[in-house]
Design a protein around this ligand. Sequence first.
Ligand code: CP
Length: 310
Amino acid sequence: MKETPVRIPHILSMADLSREDIEFIFQTTDRFREVGGRPIKKVPALRGKTVINLFFENSTRTRTSFEIAGKRLSADVINITKSSSSVSKGESLLDTVKNLEAMAPDVLVVRHPAAGAAQTITRMLKARVINAGDGAHEHPTQALLDLLTIRDHKKTLSGLHVGIVGDIAHSRVARSNILGLQRFGSKVTVIGPKSLIPLGIEAFGVGVSYDFKAVIGDLDIIMMLRIQGERHDRLPFPNLREYSRFFGLNLQLLQKAKSDVVIMHPGPVNRGVEIAPEVADAPYSLILNQVKNGVAVRMALLYLLSGTEE
Ligand code: CP
């Protein structure tokens, strides 16, 4: 075993990752991609390591891909959800994490509805922590797989114009992608109704548009977002039909886009609301490429944070 150089101990925010860090993660990802195409999809890199997926919010893609990533690396992977744990009996996050720490995990992958939860956990245990989404704050592993997917298709991450469309105010995916894309010098425009775009977001170096139709022709990448209903007290627009009319992506609106535009969506998709089914399933839609890349990126992160070399 040889120590692998890792500059940061935890993956909490895209703000912590330099361009060089991201490129290093992608180099490692590229080494692991082919494992998914093998008849036996397993390498012994993390044999003897323990990964705990601690999910206080629902997840399909992130939780499953972290589990597959860990298992493809031969780690022992344990999944804990809010409903299946003693959190449902009133145990606190602090006590839950202290008890897990007593079982000596190497990596804890955490999803929690509170912003900063993953960061807080790092002060409670020795294990490496990966933020798998903390409230409306950040989802760094989603941004990494999104950047990789863009790089795969555009052969660069620089000089692009990326439109992120929808519920910007409540989207951890938007925040993490903005930070990541800016590292590479791409331009980001956030697009949505005024009620879903935070006031003053221009200060973070992004463009703002309330008119999707007016800007779509200038975009290289269109990243559609789900309305984060679980983070709203009330509907922030008159009704879903009206939202869809102005901010949904359908074939008619897509006619105004560049001929080589690609469409992304972190999922889960609400077909017919933010994206028409025929757009979500079209050849220029990278939605399932994003999911596929998620496994390889998460293999790289588990491997790098565990600090071992085959
Ligand atoms: N993109 C994403 O985080 O999806 P899940 O909520 O299904 O993990």
